[in-house]
Design a protein around this ligand. Sequence first.
Ligand code: FE
Length: 160
Amino acid sequence: MKIMGRTKRNLLGVMAAAFSGGAGTSAPARSYDIDYSSAEWRRRLSSEQFRVLRRGGTEPPFASPLLKERRDGTYACAGCGLALFSSATKFDSGTGWPSFWKPVDGAVAMHADATGHMRNEVHCRRCGGHLGHVFDDGPKPTGLRYCINGAALEFRNDEA
Ligand code: FE
């Protein structure tokens, strides 16, 4: 079991490196293209969006209306509007949080969460907003489960 745990952590470490800046780069980005002051973020976001995106909070399970969203479209960052996930990669994980098996290429980055044990905290590549976490118990084809706070997302319907 210990070996299994280590293997999973190594897998996430490799993925973290891949997502945080390409081969050979394991450090997360320290500056972002969109970099507002806390006061400006507070002005732009709802209190719940601010708590999740800018303070790393987690919404209560089954709280997000996006859980039941079934239309074709794009889930964008509620902070900066960057397209993060496609509806084509959304699945019902049963966890109570919107779940995806793959982000849009280059849209998210990862770093160690507050516990420092695993590099599985997922944030927006453009504004650094906290989105959620990624786990390795997702469905095929990636086997990954991006567990994302609905408050960090904004749905854009592709259906005219
Ligand atoms: Fe963003």
